[in-house]
Design a protein around this ligand. Structure first.
Ligand SMILES: NC(=O)c1ccc[n+]([C@@H]2O[C@H](COP(=O)([O-])OP(=O)(O)OC[C@H]3O[C@@H](n4cnc5c(N)ncnc54)[C@H](O)[C@@H]3O)[C@@H](O)[C@H]2O)c1
Length: 422
């Protein structure tokens, strides 16, 4: 019987791990989180009548927690920069790890994890859940079946809408030391997806990046008639992002932040935060070129203040081409065309393919993902190579870091320079 501990009682940790595991009758045996009050509030308000209280441990007590609770698996769902130490500590105790994406925030930490895994009886799985979305698996299947031939090029434009994008700039995600920057924190999803689709590791990156929408120099920063920036309630009143989303819960109201079940956070932001704060040190716009082993390339763009959320992707091969546009508006309406994509053989008639929608969270990705994380991977998952290992987690982080480094240093960055060769 597996025994899970959760490091980081985050919104994500609650929604995707703790509650589904408890529902399934699996054993979560403890929580590691610096915010004792949050863990105790969870014990007091959510668990009564469901199960006994979860014991709380401070981050510095990880080894004592392992001695006392004897877990088999450590689930890492804390802020990104804290993942590496938990993963390495768990592997040192020969435990298995399930880590949220990004596996870590720097390529240097990715190397630490890969070395620790080499010396351990434990292993690491990374929750690259975008792979599991049914329409992404349909695309993978067409590629695996050889319908596109050898992949030559991918063009992926990814847009994060102003609600979701703005939320990153109010939280720990906006600080590079905590998130790795958004080319790592968010880009790792897309970079992993493309690598997995085309079954090729990234080799080299060239990129540009900038802060265009948020931060102190934002063109949307509200100012009074004399040009002085508003603060506090006046800022909220004049802030187009805040006004577009007031009452949605995305933007924290004065007096602190709460998450799922109204559980308060002590972590990092008890006070007000704004999209224009000096603390912001990450980019909100990227354009990158990535070359892969085998010769395919990717043209990738990512921005965090769009009128809609989703992507346009074109995957070209020697024998055909896939085109897909998928997305929704900030109020949740699907974009026209999101329920189909097209496959055009090089010589032949284009096919319109209906997107498969499955039951379950994240567009039907969660049931199979949870099966693979908490049980034995399903045969269909193994056939498509769905579970992401530490090396793949490391490559997604290194590619995201290479985007930032290339933008800063104005030169191509070799992935081997950052994580070595496999
Ligand atoms: N796969 C996905 O689609 C997806 C979606 C959302 C978030 N995530 C990932 O999930 C993780 C959690 O993100 P979130 O936004 O839900 O977090 P959050 O901001 O809701 O919560 C962070 C939690 O971690 C705790 N914490 C802070 N420092 C810690 C430490 N040193 N050790 C243990 N706990 C610590 C905080 O007290 C808080 O309870 C991140 O890695 C994030 O990238 C993944």
């Amino acid at each position: 019987m597996k025994r899970y501990v959760v490091c980081g009682l985050s919104n994500r940790g609650l929604a995707s791990f703790v509650l589904p595991l408890i529902d399934a009758g699996d054993t979560v045996v403890g929580v590691v989180d610096p915010d004792r009050a949050r863990v105790e509030a969870f014990n007091d308000s959510v668990l009564p009548g469901v199960r006994e209280r979860l014991p709380w441990y401070a981050p510095g007590d990880f080894d004592r927690m392992v001695d006392e609770l004897a877990p088999t698996t450590v689930i890492v769902t804390s802020p990104d920069h804290t993942h590496a130490d938990y993963i390495v500590a768990a592997l040192a105790r020969d435990l298995d790890v399930i880590s949220e994406k990004p596996m870590v925030t720097t390529a240097a930490d990715a190397r630490r994890v890969l070395e620790a895994e080499r010396d351990s009886r434990g292993s690491v799985l990374v929750t690259h859940n975008m792979r599991y979305i049914p329409r992404h698996r349909q695309i993978k299947q067409l590629i695996q079946d050889g319908r596109l031939g050898r992949i030559t090029h991918v063009a992926l434009d990814y847009h994060v809408d102003l609600r979701h994008g703005g939320s990153y700039f109010q939280r720990w995600n906006r600080v590079r030391a905590l998130s790795g920057g958004l080319s790592v924190h968010k880009g790792c999803h897309h970079l992993d997806l493309v690598s997995w689709w085309i079954d090729a590791a990234p080799e080299q990156v060239f990129a540009y990046g900038a802060l265009n929408y948020y931060g102190p120099d934002s063109p949307h920063r509200p100012r009074d008639a004399s040009g002085k920036p508003y603060t506090g309630a006046e800022l909220r009143e004049h802030d187009p992002y805040y006004q577009a989303q007031a009452g949605s819960g995305v933007f924290p109201e004065p007096g602190g932040r709460t998450g799922l079940y109204g559980l308060a956070y002590e972590y990092q932001y008890p006070a007000d935060t704004y999209l224009y704060d000096d603390e912001i040190d990450v980019e909100d716009t990227y354009s990158a070129l990535v070359r892969y082993e085998g010769g395919a390339s990717l043209a990738y763009s990512l921005d965090f203040s769009s009128p809609w959320e989703g992507y346009r992707v074109v995957i070209s091969g020697t024998h055909g081409l896939i085109e897909s546009r998928h997305g929704r508006t900030p109020d949740g309406r699907p974009l026209p065309g999101s329920d189909t994509f097209t496959f055009s053989p090089l010589f032949g008639t284009p096919e319109t393919i209906e997107v498969i929608v499955r039951e379950g969270g994240h567009e039907g990705a969660d049931p199979l993902l949870n099966n693979d994380l908490f049980g034995e991977p399903a045969p269909e998952s193994l056939r498509q190579g769905l579970p992401a290992d530490a090396r793949q987690g490391a490559l997604a982080v290194a590619t995201g870091e290479a985007i930032w480094r290339s933008a800063m240093e104005s030169r191509p960055i070799d992935i081997a320079e950052l994580v070595g060769r496999s």
